[in-house]
Design a binder for this molecule. Structure first.
Ligand code: PLP
Length: 371
């Protein structure tokens, strides 16, 4: 059964966060200081953070025009002999052109790792994403398809990488008990408080708590010479139970996600708001439903007033870094113009079990009547 197969995949190597899983993969592949790892712009800071934590250098690749996934042509132009790995992100759950990217990468002996933070069940040419590259990783934060408080997994079909991962894994310890308790409290609070209609309130509260330092934000400045000790942590046992519980609901979740996306696609018909279409022979199982508009700021402002959950990410090429902080992860503003344009145009609607027929209609009506 699909659920069983995915469950055993995703519970073998479980880490404190998705970025820790990626760092473990890079280490297992022998990536060293001075080597490069290519990633797309229009991503989350977690990705370059993982690369920097092993001493390697992130190299940024643009997305395709009007799209949200890596452009194979841009990749070809940015590969150098020092680029050992390309991390391919399936943004929002839309599959990247993985076969084209694999061809480009193979020509220069670059390995492919998949970033499956936004999807577990998307398929491309009948095959589940996460099974194309040498290794893949997942994330279990609130905004991801499977919520287990926080956390990540690594998978691989390569026996050498698997052996290295296994060896490294035995040296990791779980987070301190106080940290585990805080994660469980956050999990419970989110479960109780989050509904599409409370989104803006919960978001304001979360940001206020991060500012006061009561909870940790998404971005801890890491120093290249002294990676945060978070990178030596695996997932705690309590959270592994949450993860297993989430995995048991995967088929139900997936069916619901497909249904919600289909509804948004047919119900939202505003002439100035575009959908993103899936490429041929793929079945995207989305984390959120993206929409593209030239009037992002107006749309977001009105959504707050109408209490419609509408997210603004990624609002910067390396979310959530603003222009001044981008060079700290090696991103030179202007180097990926298509990704930067997309940050000005993208918004997204929720797709989760709390989005039922009523919430869908409310969101679609709001968008269609946007002026
Ligand atoms: C969330 C996310 C990750 C991993 O995030 P963690 O917070 O480390 O679990 C990686 N890549 C992308 C694209 C993400 O959105």
């Amino acid at each position: 059964m699909l659920e069983d197969e995915i469950s055993s995949d995703l519970t073998e190597f479980t880490y404190f966060r998705g970025r820790v899983a990626l760092a473990a993969i890079l280490r297992a592949m022998g990536i060293r200081r001075g080597e490069q790892v290519a990633i797309q712009a229009f991503t989350c800071v977690a990705v370059p953070e993982a690369i920097l934590s092993v001493g390697a250098e992130p190299v940024y690749v643009d997305v395709d025009r009007g799209g949200i996934n890596m452009d194979p042509t841009s990749l070809a132009s940015r590969l150098t002999p020092a680029t050992k790995v390309v991390v391919v992100q399936h943004t929002f759950g839309f599959p990247a052109p993985i076969q084209q990217i694999q061809e480009v990468a193979a020509r220069s002996g670059t390995a492919v790792v998949e970033d499956c933070a936004h999807t577990i069940c998307t398929t491309s040419a009948g095959k589940r994403v996460g099974r194309f590259g040498a290794a893949s990783f997942y994330s279990f934060e609130a905004s991801k398809p499977l919520f287990a408080g926080i956390g990540g997994s690594a998978i691989t079909t390569d026996p050498v990488i698997a052996a290295e991962l296994r060896h490294h894994y035995t040296h990791l310890s779980p987070p301190r008990l106080s940290v585990q308790a805080a994660i469980l409290a956050m999990y419970a609070a989110y479960r109780i408080a989050y509904r599409p209609i409370t989104y803006w309130k919960v978001r304001r509260l979360y940001r206020a708590l991060v500012r006061t330092g009561i909870i940790k934000g998404n971005y801890n400045k890491i120093k290249q010479d002294r990676p945060a000790d978070d990178f030596d942590r695996k997932m705690g046992e309590w959270q592994r139970l949450l993860l297993r519980r989430g995995l048991r609901q995967l088929e139900k979740q997936t069916a619901h996600r497909l249904w919600v996306a289909e509804q948004y696609r047919s119900m939202i018909t505003h002439p100035q708001i575009e959908h993103i279409s899936a490429s041929e022979d793929t079945t995207p199982v989305l984390a959120r439903y993206p929409l593209v508009t030239d009037r992002k700021t107006d749309l977001l402002r009105q959504a707050t007033e109408a209490k419609v959950e509408l997210a603004d990410f990624y609002a910067t090429p390396i979310h959530p870094l603003d222009a001044g902080d981008l060079p700290s992860v090696g991103y030179q503003p202007g180097c990926c113009p298509e990704a930067e344009t997309m940050t000005q145009r993208i918004v997204s609607l929720p797709i989760n079990l709390h989005v039922g027929a009523k919430q869908l209609r409310h969101a679609a009506r709001f968008i269609n009547s946007f002026r």
